[in-house]
Design a protein around this ligand. Structure first.
Ligand code: MG
Length: 197
């Protein structure tokens, strides 16, 4: 799949967890000493105007608004939402299992339009018009530069890969029928979704 604003098909979808101190605190997680990395499958991608179908085996799907960066010769950025089945994630964390089931469902890697990277940037997420999350990339624990360096040295980063860089505080569940809107810098990149009723 080639996303709007990008010239290459999407490669690996990398995600960074616990990259904002206030969010780590709200989930009762420790501040990590090195980036917490997990993956999402390409089948999880959802674009602007899409419909999110809540998985029948989860009772709590949270929104996590994030800066998404596309790796390549010139870096591009978009607003994204790392949807998370929090109840499944909590159960898997307790059992020491991977997060794929909680993070990789269809629609759980939502991205808006891509624009040239410019930092610092501001993130905002509203549900039915009410602000739920507001954050700034300057508050990231690991900077974009450090994340890219870490991913490249540890795993090998390729052109076309996407990086979800972590969410600020304010994560909360989405209800059936909700209208979710995420904005980067007030609308430079925009993502509007509906949660299926
Ligand atoms: Mg996240």
């Amino acid at each position: 799949m080639i996303l709007p604003g990008l010239s290459r098909p999407v490669g690996t979808i990398w995600c960074i967890g616990r990259n904002y101190a206030e969010h780590a605190k709200e989930l009762g997680s420790e501040i990590p000493a090195s980036p917490v990395v997990f993956l999402k499958p390409a089948s999880a991608l959802l674009l602007d105007g899409g419909i999110l179908r809540l998985p029948p085996d989860s009772r709590r799907v949270d929104h996590e608004v994030e800066l998404v960066v596309a790796a390549g010769g010139s870096l591009m950025m978009a607003v994204g939402i790392d949807f998370t089945a929090r109840d499944l994630q909590e159960a898997d964390k307790k059992k020491g299992l991977p997060w794929t089931s909680a993070k990789g469902r269809p629609g759980f890697a939502a991205v808006g339009n891509f624009v040239p990277l410019a930092l610092p940037s501001e993130l905002e997420l509203t549900v039915d018009g009410a602000v739920r999350q507001r954050g700034a990339t300057k508050d990231m624990i690991f900077s974009l530069e450090k994340i890219i360096d870490h991913l490249d040295r540890t795993y090998g980063l390729a052109e076309g890969d996407l990086i979800f860089t972590g969410t600020p505080a304010g994560v909360a569940p989405v209800a059936p029928g909700a209208r979710v809107e995420a904005l980067l810098n007030g609308g430079e990149s925009r993502l509007r979704l509906t949660v299926a009723a």
